[in-house]
Ligand binder design. Structure first.
Ligand code: T46
Length: 135
């Protein structure tokens, strides 16, 4: 499973809506870190890296944005515009985030704490590593 959309259960009533996420129920890993991106300037593209080990779930809890994914062979573009959907992204997947609406808040649930050594920030190095793994 390299990436997939996970649909979350909504708990709604006349007061409004609520989504709850718990380890080992809706999520394929234990959450060690939560962070969120907001105030991304119009036209900015972020990301430009892959992770060696990290798995994440990206949820656009407000507004919208798009995610470009690349596993070294195939690419995909995913629109995130619902607080009831999460995009699971495995390790070894190049990602770029773009087309952020002005009001976008992208919440990220991560399987590991922050570690700069886990990042592959050079695309050629990423391709070399994926090719090595395939052989
Ligand atoms: C990813 C995408 C979706 C921290 O100090 N702690 C953290 O947990 C994170 C995620 C970042 N930072 C610092 C490191 C940089 O100085 O915050 C700054 C911005 O991080 P970065 O340039 O890596 O942000 P993005 O938007 O390019 O990528 C982030 C995540 O880093 C990345 O893992 O998958 O969001």
């Amino acid at each position: 499973m390299e990436y997939k959309i996970i649909k979350f259960q909504e708990h709604g009533d006349q007061r409004g809506m609520l989504v709850a996420l718990e380890d080992n129920k809706e999520l394929p890993f234990q959450i060690k870190r939560v962070y969120y991106l907001y105030g991304t300037k119009s036209g900015e593209r972020r990301g430009f890296h892959a992770h060696k080990e990290l798995q994440q779930i990206l949820i656009c809890i407000h507004g919208s944005c798009k995610i470009h994914l690349d596993n070294g062979t195939d690419t995909a573009e995913v629109l995130l515009d619902k607080p009831t959907e999460g995009l699971y992204v495995s390790h070894n997947m190049w990602r770029e985030m773009y087309d952020f609406s002005k009001d976008a808040v992208l919440l990220v649930l991560a399987s590991e704490c922050y570690n700069e050594k886990d990042y592959i920030r050079n695309y050629d190095e990423f391709i070399k590593l994926t090719r090595k793994k395939d052989n």
